[in-house]
Design a protein around this ligand. Structure first.
Ligand code: AMP
Ligand code: ZN
Length: 113
């Protein structure tokens, strides 16, 4: 499958890993939009939120727990951080392997554009 995030998860394309285990990977975005910009992905190829199933419940739960733990360890995020998931082209999704952006280290705008 020609999926850049599957290749990153498999280690075929290098990434700056913040956390990894058998099921999930958290790594630095190559084109950061904030002082802290991480991507959190399941290893399983899931195109978008629309393709989630009950069997993904545990992995997705662990992904969020890990994002929260990492955020707690980063001093830049002590005053807050944002998790974003672009779901579909119109929302800005460009990589069709479901991922969550974790942003922080600057004041976030609301509403997002
Ligand atoms: P999205 O637009 O929500 O699909 O987000 C895709 C994100 O993947 C963008 O923020 C890109 O900068 C990031 N990205 C694309 N290729 C790589 C890569 N090789 N390593 C790290 N991040 C990447
Ligand atoms: Zn994939």
């Amino acid at each position: 499958m020609d999926c850049i995030f599957c290749k990153i998860f498999a280690g075929e394309i290098p990434s700056e890993v913040v956390y990894r285990d058998d099921d999930i990977l958290i790594f630095k975005d190559i084109d950061p939009k904030a002082p802290v910009h991480l991507l959190a992905i399941p290893g399983k190829h899931i195109e978008s939120l629309n393709d989630l199933t009950e069997s993904d419940t545990e992995v997705l739960g662990r992904l969020f727990i890990k994002m929260k733990d990492i955020a707690a360890d980063l001093p830049e995020l002590k005053n807050g951080y944002r998790i974003v998931q672009n779901n579909g082209k119109e929302a800005g999704q460009t990589v069709f392997h479901m991922h969550f952006h974790l942003f922080g280290g600057r004041r976030m705008m609301w509403p997002p554009g």
